[in-house]
Design a protein around this ligand. Structure first.
Ligand SMILES: NC(=O)c1ccc[n+]([C@@H]2O[C@H](COP(=O)([O-])OP(=O)(O)OC[C@H]3O[C@@H](n4cnc5c(N)ncnc54)[C@H](O)[C@@H]3O)[C@@H](O)[C@H]2O)c1
Length: 427
């Protein structure tokens, strides 16, 4: 639903899946009915249709929600974990499109294009160089040096800008220093020492804490404070709408701390076909785009290819990647194209003490051997994933015994949240 690229349907069918495409964006009741009617095991969606606890609880066949985008705010992840529904996104495929939009905004703002074009169109001939800048030689502050931030930094460097950055994780800092960029000591330091700032933060920081409001509290007023008076003082946010309030940005622009800004994301964004009120409507120096960072003809088929691969690998080999419970986790036993025919047991279970042991014992009790296994606790969501290669498949009775034993041992009715027996495809 929400119209992912049709490339997705072809790839899933080629991988042996049945696909039902829903045009448009259903409300909660309709979504629940659709999932039940088709006994759907995987839901593919973009960022708008909410997947609530009620929908998840009612969808007994659902094993996974695959987001055809990065943002995962539309899914109740705690509810998904509680019901053993794995949630996946695509953290990489649309990066380039966002990078190009950031550069487009940066150059457009530095030349006042958003004001100049409509004025010129209506007959106003303003050739003044006032508040029009080259970006070459200016300092770009990149807040968040992940997948997108680092691509923006490289492109800006190619355009002659100096790059400073700040990131709370060690690995991106190493990458930035390796490129010869300057590491700021804090968000405030980055803002004060940059002529232009572009924000590419994820929703949470290295400790899993929400970044909601990280740029509030007067921070935006400090942009370019340590730069010369004629600094362009441009601000871009193409990452998350909740990093600052609309009021904070309006205030910083209206007081002249920021000369111009562009935003692609908002504290409140509408669902499909819903009306929207631009919180920056009164301020022409803040340019707005409707969350189109990833909306390019190139990005959508790229996303389709990646998410199809993620789900086919999950379905056929139990592999886990791009799981929003921990984006850095990768659990895999077999590679596509491997010999095939192996028996796999893929279990999502509670992190309650003793639950993992029940899985191991169930394999043993059934007289099967665990040939190799990988395991991951997603502690903050209370769910774990276990993938084991076993020398013979468990039968239905043995699986029921596994579920029952986990329930008895832990006192948790939902200790075992999903149990899948897979046979790796032979090519
Ligand atoms: N506008 C759009 O259409 C669009 C499209 C794609 C992605 N996005 C958004 O862009 C953002 C960046 O995407 P990405 O793929 O580069 O993500 P990423 O996870 O690769 O990078 C985010 C970086 O921010 C850093 N970070 C997080 N919190 C921090 C904090 N408080 N202080 C310092 N550093 C912090 C992380 O350590 C990480 O290196 C995401 O929020 C994503 O949702 C927007």
């Amino acid at each position: 639903m929400e119209e992912p690229s049709p490339v997705l349907d072809d790839l899933l069918r080629a991988g042996g899946m049945d696909v039902v495409r829903y045009e448009g964006s259903p409300d909660e009741d309709r979504l629940r009915a659709l999932l039940a009617e088709h006994r759907s095991q995987v839901l593919f969606k973009r960022s708008q249709v909410p997947v609530s606890e009620d929908v998840i609880a009612a969808s007994e066949h659902l094993l996974a929600v695959q987001l055809c985008c990065i943002g995962d705010d539309s899914v109740d992840k705690e509810a998904a974990a509680a019901h053993g529904v794995m949630v996946f996104n695509d953290p990489v495929s649309n990066g380039r499109s966002v990078v190009e939009l950031a550069l487009a905004h940066l150059i457009a703002l530095s030349r006042r294009l958003y004001e100049t074009e409509p004025a010129c169109r209506s007959g106003r001939w303003d050739k003044s160089s006032s508040e029009r800048y080259e970006i070459r030689g200016k300092t770009l502050g990149v807040l968040g040096l992940g997948n997108i931030g680092r691509q923006v930094a490289r492109a800006a460097e190619d355009l002659g800008m100096h790059v400073r950055f700040y990131d709370s994780r060690h690995a991106p800092c190493e990458v930035g220093l390796e490129f010869g960029w300057e590491l700021a000591t804090s968000v405030r330091d980055l803002l004060r020492t940059s002529d232009c700032v572009t924000v590419h933060l994820s929703a949470t920081d290295v400790h899993g804490r929400s970044n909601r409001g990280v740029l509030d509290g007067g921070l935006l007023h400090e942009l370019g404070a340590d730069r010369p008076d004629e600094s362009p003082r441009i601000f871009l946010n193409l990452s998350r709408g909740f990093l600052h309030s609309a009021e904070s940005l309006l205030d910083a622009v209206e007081r002249g701390a920021i000369r111009r800004a562009a935003v692609d994301v908002y504290p409140k964004e509408p669902g499909l076909d819903q009306a929207w009120t631009n919180p920056y409507a009164r301020e022409p120096r803040i340019a707005v785009t409707p969350h189109i960072g990833a909306a390019t003809l190139e990005a959508q088929p790229r996303i389709a290819r990646r998410v199809a691969h993620t789900i086919l690998q999950f379905a056929q080999y139990g592999t886990l990647r791009d799981c929003v419970f921990d984006p850095r986790a990768r659990l895999q036993l077999l590679e596509e194209g491997a010999r095939g025919g192996q028996n796999l047991l893929a279990v999502a279970h509670a992190t309650t003490r003793g639950t993992k042991r029940v899985v191991d014992e169930a394999i043993y009790d059934a007289g099967a051997s665990n040939l190799s296994s990988v395991h991951r606790d997603f502690e903050s969501y209370g769910i774990a994933y276990e993938l084991a290669e076993i020398d013979r498949p468990l039968d239905e009775r043995e699986v029921r015994a596994l579920v029952e034993k986990a329930r008895t041992l832990t006192g948790d009715d939902r200790a075992m949240r999903s149990v899948r027996l897979l046979r790796a495809p032979t090519s």
